[in-house]
Design a protein around this ligand. Structure first.
Ligand code: TLP
Length: 342
């Protein structure tokens, strides 16, 4: 789709030439035997950078979340998350299917939970109640438009959760975007969760791969669950080599994507009938309700004019900036958008 300006997602990013070189030259071994030196190095660096004792390379963010939830729960328990969480809407009910847990949601305007709202959803101990064992937070929050937690808020959730015997899992698919926006190291966020998943693909550009990090005992169990799910890979240092570059260098340039998102938000927001969510990280929700048009129709017309943007509801489109989209591409996308809605 390279002839298009692709704002559908940061999952579309392609590996950089440096990644491709590193992949070609990667030292590899059988990772199920833990003999792949590149994977071992990636897991060690990932743990250091995110500030956890252990880390596991998994093929996808979805598998990382699935296992993260599994290691923190038992069948028949409840998991609290925001009502638009990725684990709820986009991961094929794996919390139910694999962990046997019920998801109990909290409605929020911005995807961001706080202790006050969480505690009202915790099931009191009693003969009719399934225990709440986990709180899941998404940082940044995808479907709320790239919103982020404050460390203070997360710290309160984490501390109060632990006082109540409840664990916290962070879906940090885009934790480095959140950290860039907050001007903090990602480990400050990760310190407020028992386990954290983050993606090396998406905005960091690796072709595949995510990390699940946490305490050594949880990660040792996670390794078995990864195998159960068919995620025990062999000479996968080929992918980990790209992951190392994602982690060490691509995290440093996310500010550019955020600046492009701010540009898009400002420019699209000036078009008649268009309202855009605040540009906090790299994800925008573009509401076209007042144009009288429908999002799927606008998405199709944009595509015909060379711009890809998915609809995310009847009158909302999602625009995601990433390193395969330049400022010039964003300028062009705004012009096309203006023409299309007129
Ligand atoms: N998000 C994708 C789609 O699945 C919606 C996207 O285009 O944004 N957590 C969060 C917060 C995510 O946004 C995603 C992917 C995942 C987990 C899952 O990662 P993968 O796709 O690697 O399984």
């Amino acid at each position: 789709m390279s002839q298009f300006i692709d704002l559908r997602s940061d999952t579309v990013t392609r590996p950089t030439p440096e990644m491709r070189r590193a992949m070609a030259e990667a030292e590899v071994g059988d990772d199920v035997y833990r003999e792949d030196p590149t994977v071992n190095r990636l897991e060690q660096r990932a743990a250091e950078i995110i500030g956890k004792e252990a880390a596991l390379f998994v093929p996808t963010g979805s598998m990382g979340n699935t296992i993260g939830i599994k290691v923190n729960t038992e069948h028949g328990q409840e998991v609290i998350c925001d009502a638009r969480a990725h684990i709820l809407d986009w991961e094929l009910s794996m919390t139910a299917w694999f962990s046997g847990c019920l998801v109990r949601t909290v409605e929020t305007s911005d995807g961001i939970l706080d202790w006050d709202r969480i505690q009202r959803k915790i099931r009191a101990f009693g003969p009719h109640n399934a225990p709440t064992s986990l709180i899941e937070v998404e940082n940044s929050h995808n479907m709320a438009g790239g919103t982020i937690y404050t460390v203070q808020n997360l710290h309160e959730i984490y501390t109060r959760a632990h006082e109540n015997g409840i664990k916290v899992h962070m879906d940090g698919a885009r934790i480095f975007n959140a950290a860039t926006a907050a001007g903090l190291p990602a480990r400050d966020f990760a310190a407020c969760a028992d386990t954290v998943m983050f993606c090396l693909s998406k905005g960091l550009g690796a072709p595949a791969g995510s990390i699940l990090a946490g305490p050594p005992d949880a990660i040792a169990r996670a390794r078995l669950y990864r195998k159960r799910l068919g995620g025990g890979m062999r000479q996968v240092g080929i992918l980990a080599a790209a992951g190392l570059i994602a982690l060490e260098t691509m995290t440093l340039r996310l500010g550019e994507d955020h600046a492009n998102a701010r540009f898009l938000a400002e420019s699209l927001g000036k078009l008649p009938g268009v309202t855009v969510s605040d540009a906090i990280t790299n994800i925008l929700m573009v509401d076209i309700a007042k144009t009288g048009l429908l999002a799927p129709e606008v998405s199709a017309r944009l595509k015909a004019a060379g711009v890809l943007m998915n609809s995310n509801g009847p009158t909302v489109l999602r625009a995601v900036t990433h390193f395969d989209v330049s400022r010039a591409d964003c300028e062009r996308a705004v012009k096309v958008f203006g023409t299309v809605i007129r």
